[in-house]
Ligand binder design. Structure first.
Ligand code: HEC
Ligand code: HEC
Ligand code: HEC
Ligand code: HEC
Ligand code: HEC
Ligand code: HEC
Ligand code: HEC
Length: 408
């Protein structure tokens, strides 16, 4: 008898545990964000901030990481534009099987191994690169990236050109700027930091709470108080000092540096120096790479130094995709430069007014990011808008020439 009772209790207990764990896992899927109970998840913002939610979904921030490659990359693969040959005769093929994508290494026409596109980095403005979870649960970068404008496959930036490399380990910091959260277990193997990732434990893209801070309390409070017109339990970015506003963007827009505290912990109002080791000495803007260094370049500009309130938000409206709308940006310059007189330029005023950008923030080649196409001798640099706003005689001459070219 005693033995049967024992078995019944055990099976009852097992049933309770199974039931409980189901409850916990379904409720966690519905209400708990991977970042913890302080976070509500951006889906919950839609209810009250519908227009911001909809327009933000189209931006580069929202799409800077994803589970799948972008549509044009998937289309390229489907249409047979899917291989990259190395000088040593190795060929990488991008392949699809049951809705998931792989990069496979072919040696003398024989497939040797393949790794999945587990994680896409880059919204697809210029280029996308792909990561996979290796056998040790680390993140590694795949050798082939996608060049968006040309719809072509290229050797990933900084990779060897002679033969494919599959073992470039990617640190979690990469996702610190390109996602809203990634689950990572850090340990040391000797002095080497070893990071293990849990597949699927990621909040893709840069979401509302990445910039606005944890907002579960804000959501709960406003759901209970529908008549409240003032935002509660959130730090208002508008109310911060200019330095605090800048730091909120500079967290990801001041270049790749040594991280001292997880970038995911940043809340609006925090200072950059709490997250990064300090930079010593004067920064040389002439040598600084335009890639990702918008904060330093802007701070070296007269617009910043000689005004009290210029910040990134003076020109950018981050809830909306405004790429390439140079007239919109030029109108924002005019907020401060209404009276501008160009003494030396013989150009109709209206033409000047719709494009301040190509003369004062010209595109400059990046020294860090360049992409090698198949069978090309030289890698093409990525061109980025410099944020050193100043006078560029050479670019001005080129712009004026391009205007003349357009005259009937
Ligand atoms: C139940 C309604 C409700 C939900 C859900 C909600 N908010 Fe709000 N929020 C408000 C109201 C009301 C205001 C005040 C009016 C305004 O600024 O739109 C506000 C204001 C804000 C402000 C401006 C604060 C300021 O003072 O500058 C931010 C930022 C904000 N919400 C972010 C979020 C985020 C992020 C989410 C999702 C995680 C979210 N809200 C979800 C109702 C809501
Ligand atoms: C958590 C990191 C992070 C923060 C914080 C952040 N950005 Fe970004 N931003 C990025 C990344 C990454 C990209 C590149 C996205 C891509 O195309 O994949 C980007 C892209 C952009 C772009 C280019 C958009 C386009 O469509 O061409 C602008 C403009 C920009 N950020 C401005 C800002 C401003 C202004 C702030 C502060 C209010 C800010 N960012 C805060 C990471 C961040
Ligand atoms: C890249 C950073 C960033 C992201 C991501 C972001 N915001 Fe904002 N948000 C800002 C900044 C900066 C301001 C202040 C703008 C200003 O100073 O005028 C702001 C202001 C606001 C305001 C105040 C009203 C307004 O329009 O100025 C609301 C509400 C808001 N954000 C909601 C959201 C919601 C909802 C999301 C996600 C769908 C979101 N934000 C995503 C940076 C961000
Ligand atoms: C300190 C923040 C930061 C880190 C760390 C970082 N990036 Fe970026 N990345 C950016 C910003 C900001 C941009 C866009 C602005 C620019 O190009 O100046 C960008 C652009 C990109 C783009 C081009 C996106 C597009 O659609 O054109 C790719 C791809 C990319 N990064 C991949 C990576 C990978 C892979 C890593 C890690 C190995 C990484 N980044 C680490 C901030 C960062
Ligand atoms: C918040 C106000 C503000 C905004 C917005 C602004 N500027 Fe300025 N800018 C200034 C101030 C102040 C100065 C210094 C005094 C002067 O030269 O007028 C300045 C200086 C300049 C200079 C002279 C730089 C030099 O090195 O001599 C140029 C060129 C310039 N701005 C272009 C622009 C352009 C182009 C835009 C838009 C992309 C812009 N500014 C947006 C405030 C602003
Ligand atoms: C004086 C106006 C102005 C200010 C201030 C400003 N930007 Fe920009 N930014 C621009 C313009 C104009 C472009 C080009 C837009 C385009 O072509 O779509 C641009 C483009 C960008 C891009 C895309 C660069 C590329 O070519 O890939 C990023 C990222 C960016 N800005 C981030 C920032 C950040 C972060 C700050 C604050 C540190 C900032 N910007 C401040 C005017 C400004
Ligand atoms: C065709 C190129 C070109 C365009 C377009 C252009 N600028 Fe300029 N800008 C220059 C050059 C060159 C100078 C220096 C010579 C001069 O002042 O004539 C200059 C000078 C300036 C100065 C400094 C003037 C001073 O007295 O110190 C400011 C501020 C400025 N521009 C702002 C703007 C703004 C704002 C726009 C758009 C509304 C704009 N520029 C459009 C080329 C251009």
């Amino acid at each position: 008898m005693g033995r049967y009772r024992y078995i019944i209790i055990i099976s009852l207990l097992a049933a309770v545990v199974a039931l409980l764990s189901r409850c916990i896992s379904t409720s966690s899927a519905e209400t708990t964000d991977l970042r913890g109970n302080n976070y509500a998840g951006s889906g919950s913002c839609r209810q009250c901030h519908a227009s911001i939610y909809e327009s933000f979904a189209q931006t580069a921030h929202a799409n800077t990481s994803a589970a799948q490659p972008m549509q044009s990359a998937r289309k390229a693969i489907a249409s047979g534009n899917n291989s990259y040959a190395y000088p040593n005769t190795d060929v990488i093929k991008m392949e699809e099987a049951n809705g998931s994508y792989h990069q496979s290494l072919y040696k003398d026409g024989e497939k040797t191994f393949s790794y999945a596109f587990d994680l896409t980095v880059g919204s697809g403005r210029k280029a996308q690169t792909y990561l996979y979870y290796n056998e040790a649960s680390q993140l590694a970068q795949l050798p082939i990236s996608f060049l968006v404008q040309k719809e072509s496959w290229v050797n990933s930036p900084g990779f060897p050109v002679e033969s494919p490399k599959f073992d470039r380990i990617v640190p979690s910091n990469c996702l610190g700027c390109h996602s809203s959260y990634i689950g990572v277990k850090q340990s040391y193997q000797g002095v080497v930091l070893h990071e293990e990732f849990q597949k699927g434990a990621i909040v893709y893209g840069i979401d509302c709470e990445r910039c606005h801070g944890d907002a579960a309390k804000h959501v709960a409070w406003h759901q209970e108080h529908a008549a409240e017109k003032k935002g509660q339990f959130l730090t208002s970015i508008k109310g911060l000092s200019r330095d605090q506003k800048l730091d909120g963007c500079a967290l990801c827009h001041s270049g790749v540096k040594d991280v001292e505290r997880s970038l995911f912990l940043f809340q609006p109002g925090d200072r950059l120096s709490d997250y990064y080791a300090p930079e010593f000495g004067r920064q040389d803007t002439a040598k600084m790479d335009v890639h990702g260094s918008q904060a330093q370049l802007l701070m070296a500009s007269a617009c910043y130094r000689m005004s009290a309130d210029l910040s990134c938000n003076s020109c950018h409206s981050v809830h909306v995709k405004e790429r390439d709308q140079l007239a919109t940006f030029s109108a924002r310059c005019m907020n401060c430069h209404k009276e501008i007189q160009h003494s030396t330029l013989k150009v109709p005023e209206e033409q000047l007014q719709t494009n301040c950008i190509d003369c004062h923030m010209p595109l400059k080649p990046s020294n860090i990011i360049s992409l090698l196409e198949e069978k090309k001798e030289r890698a093409e640099p990525d061109f980025i808008r410099t944020h050193l706003v100043t006078i560029y005689p050479k670019e001005t001459a080129a712009f004026l020439k391009s205007l003349k070219g357009h005259k009937p």
